[in-house]
Design a protein around this ligand. Sequence first.
Ligand code: AMP
Ligand code: MG
Length: 433
Amino acid sequence: MERQPGTEELIGVDQARDTILAGVVALPPVALPLLDALGLVLAEEIVATEDIPPFRNSAMDGYAVRAADLTGAAPRRPVRLRVVAEGPAGYAPQGEITPGTAIRIMTGAPLPPGADTVVRFEETDEPQRGNAPAHGPRALEVAIGVAQGPWINVREVGEDVRRGQVVLQPGALLRPAEIGVLASLGRVTVQVHRRPIVAIVSTGDELVEPGRPLRPGQIRNSNSSTLAALVRRYGGIPRPLGVARDTVADLTATLDAARDADLIVSSGGVSLGDYDMVKDVLRAEGRIAIWQVRMKPGKPLAYGHLGGKPFLGLPGNPVAAFVSFELFARPLILRLLGHTDLRKPTIRARLTAAVDNRGGRRHFVRAIVTAGSTGPLVRPSGEQGSGVLTALTRANGLLIVPDDVEYLPVDALVEVEMLHWEQGSGDVIAVPD
Ligand code: AMP
Ligand code: MG
C-alpha cells in the first residue's frame, strides 16, 4: 500500500470510497429519549404492545345511533331520535343506545354500547340549532336526514396497529412520523445506533483560529468550522481539536486527544511536498495509504487507521476539503450511524452553460440547480478554483462530469448530487421520474 513520495497510487473515486467503507459497521445501540432519536437509525424491532386505536371510537363529530333506526330516512323525511347523553372524547361512554335513541358524540370518543354507526352533524338538524357547547344544554331530540349502514364514521380497535404487529424494523430512519408512532405505542425511549464522535484536526503553520489577529503570511482556519458543520449535518458529533503545526511532534500531540473518537478527519498536509507529516504519524500504526484520487477538486487523500479508528486525511484547499468530505467522510459517518443507503440524492438536469473537464478526473462542479419548464436546469455557480469557498455558498448541487468526458455542451443531460434541499434555499426543483 505504501509508496515513495511522488509515486502515490492513482485510483478512481468509487474504488477509494469502497476501500474506505470496507469493514465499517454501525456503532452499538444506545437508548435515547424519543426526540433525541430524531434522524437516527433504529436498532431494535418495534412490536406493538397495544392496539391503536385501543377502543372503537367515532371518526366524526355527530350522533352515535343504531343503523337500523335510520331505515328510510331522507332529507325531507328525517328520523327523529331521542338524545340520551353526550359522548365527549376522553371519557368512558356515558350511556347506552337502545332503539330510538342517539348519543351526541365527539371525534375520538368511545362508541357507546348499542351504537353501530355515527351520523355527522352535517346530516342532522344540528347546524340549524347552532353549535351547542359540548357539555351544555342540548336538544332532547335530533332529526337525521340520511340512512346509512353500520360502521360508518367508526374507527375500529387496532385499525392502525394491531397488538403483536411489527411496526418498525431495525434500520428504519426515525423521522417525525416514526417518532409519533413510537409515542402512540407508549414508548419514552428507543434503541438507536449512537452518533459517531468525529475528531477534526487542521494542519498548517499558516493557520490562525478565527477571532485572533492575522500576522503576515497567515490565513484563518476555516476548514475546522466547515468540517465540523458537515459532521453535525450528517449526524456525527464534531470534536474540533484545533490546528496542528506542520511537524510530526505537534500533529502527534494533537491527535492524542482523538483517542475516544470513532473517526478522525484531518485537513491539509497530504499534498505533494508536505504529505510526509500525516504519513509519518500514521505509519506508527502501520496502516496508511496516500492516494491520488482521480477527482477535481481534490486529488490527494490519505486513508488509514490510528488507534484502530479510521483516519481520513483530506486536502487543505477549502473546496477540495469540502468535496472530499462529501464523497468519503459522509458515507463513512452514515455507515457508522447504521444507514444502508449511502448515496447522495441525485437528479438529472439539463446544462445551460458548457463545462470543460481536462485531465481525466471526475469533476465535481459547484452548481446551481433551478426548475425549468421541462425539468431541472443546472449551471456552474461561478469561479471553480479549489480555494473559492463562496462558489460553494451559491451552489445547491455538485454537477458530475465523468472521468473520461472532456467537454459537456449546453443542453447535455447531467447528473447532479444535491447538496441541500432544505427550506429557505429558495429552490423549487421538479424531480423527473
Ligand atoms: P495543504 O493541503 O496543506 O497544502 O493546503 C492547501 C491550501 O489550503 C493552502 O493554501 C492552505 O493554506 C489552505 N488550507 C489548508 N488548511 C486550511 C484550513 N484549515 N483552513 C483554510 N485554508 C486551509
Ligand atoms: Mg499545509
